[in-house]
Design a binder for this molecule. Structure first.
Ligand code: ATP
Ligand code: MG
Length: 354
């Protein structure tokens, strides 16, 4: 058995397909990534390369017509791929929380913001109580005296108000608003407050700032930064923007057409990228003070119903070799890098036995 690579999350050989009328979409083709507690991992890559499907798989939220067909998702000591739904429900929202690109769409449109947060807090309390009760072998909620319920309700409201203040919102104004009355930045602050309220071990943020304008993006990233440091929460940040990943993350996983093609610390990914796709992505990032022309990667992401054989990047790769369309390159440690950089690459140019 393979050595455990991250003490919080270790995704290995993860495969996901979607059975559609047009054919089977081979969305994830053996994803590899890992994280320790408290770390921030950026997942980058062009549209359609499998970033969101990876995130949803970690939450085990892949729905029909999609399914996980292989691999493992070790979260602490358990494989999420194998866990029954009731155990997963206790992990979701509590140990692993998620925020999305469109926060308003994730909120209930007919419920005031304050009431939604209170409901969320109470749901978490109930599920924590039921887990505790099942451990002790007793009922989840017995005949609790009315007074205690009243006290709990008041304290949930107090927690909601504290949470709103903590993410920089005026609770008096915000608790009585409906989601459509929030600006994009306010809505994302509310989502962050809800996601972090249970002090999760892992927060998955899928493009959390890309629907916001640039100044609000920076505010939200700064807020997220300070809150996750306070709570020691690890973050898996999905983003199109290499610059955002560089600013926020410790490690980066570069995805292309359903695979992590390169993984390593910010330092190695930016200073010593190996995979031709990573090099291409970096050439497309503007740099302050440099007037070099930005270069986009020629070609487009392949159709994942009929992906190219071998390395899925080979049709676009300027360095392709004869073997590149025959077999999938192994995801292996890069030679000569410090172990702390965790540098790994899946490319025949660096295969150990070449
Ligand atoms: N419900 C679905 N049915 C069919 N195919 C799907 C479904 N969800 C995702 N896919 C396919 O899986 C692949 C990966 O999609 P995914 O949404 O993970 O990309 P992404 O990297 O998050 O892209 P973006 O940057 O645009 O958000 C794509 O080819 C997509 O078309
Ligand atoms: Mg996505």
């Amino acid at each position: 058995m393979q050595r455990r690579r991250g003490d919080l999350l270790d995704v290995s050989g993860l495969k996901v397909v979607f059975d559609t009328y047009a054919g089977q979409v081979k969305a994830l083709n053996g994803v590899e990534l890992w994280m320790n507690h408290g770390e921030r991992l950026g997942v980058v890559g062009e549209t359609g390369c499998g970033k969101s499907v990876t995130a949803l798989s970690v939450m085990r939220l892949i729905e029909e017509p999609g399914r996980i067909t292989g691999g493992s998702i070790l979260f602490e000591d358990r494989d999420l791929v194998l866990l029954p739904e009731n155990v997963l429900n206790a992990i979701r929202g509590k140990d692993i929380a998620m925020i999305f690109q469109e926060p308003v769409a994730a909120l209930n449109p007919v419920m005031k913001v304050g009431a939604q947060i209170v409901e969320n807090i109470e749901c978490q309390r109930k599920s924590a109580a039921s887990v505790q009760a099942s451990r002790k072998g007793g009922p989840a909620s017995g005949n609790r005296p009315q007074g205690r319920v009243g006290v709990q309700r008041i304290s949930s409201i107090q927690i909601m108000r504290d949470m709103l203040s903590h993410v920089g919102l005026d609770w008096q104004r915000t608790e009585n608003l409906y989601p459509h009355e929030l600006s994009g930045g306010m809505a994302q602050r509310v989502m962050i407050a809800m996601a972090l309220s249970s002090k999760p071990k892992l927060l998955i943020a899928d493009e959390p700032t890309s629907a916001l304008d640039v100044t609000i993006q920076a505010q939200i990233l700064n807020l997220l930064n300070s809150l996750v440091r306070e709570t020691q929460t690890a973050v898996l940040l999905i983003t199109h923007a290499m610059g955002v990943a560089a600013q926020f993350c410790d490690f980066i996983a570069v995805m292309y057409a359903g695979n992590v093609v390169e993984y390593g610390s910010i330092r190695v990914i930016f200073n010593n990228p190996l995979h031709p796709y990573t090099k291409g992505l970096l050439k497309a990032v503007p740099k302050i003070g440099k007037t070099d022309e930005l270069q986009s990667i020629p070609g487009i992401v392949p159709d994942l119903i009929a992906p190219p054989d071998g390395c899925r990047f080979h049709p676009r790769c300027p360095y392709r070799r004869p073997e590149c369309d025959k077999a999938q390159p192994r995801f292996e440690p890069a030679r000569g890098e410090a172990e702390t950089d965790r540098h790994h690459v899946a490319c025949f140019l660096y295969q150990q036995d070449q």
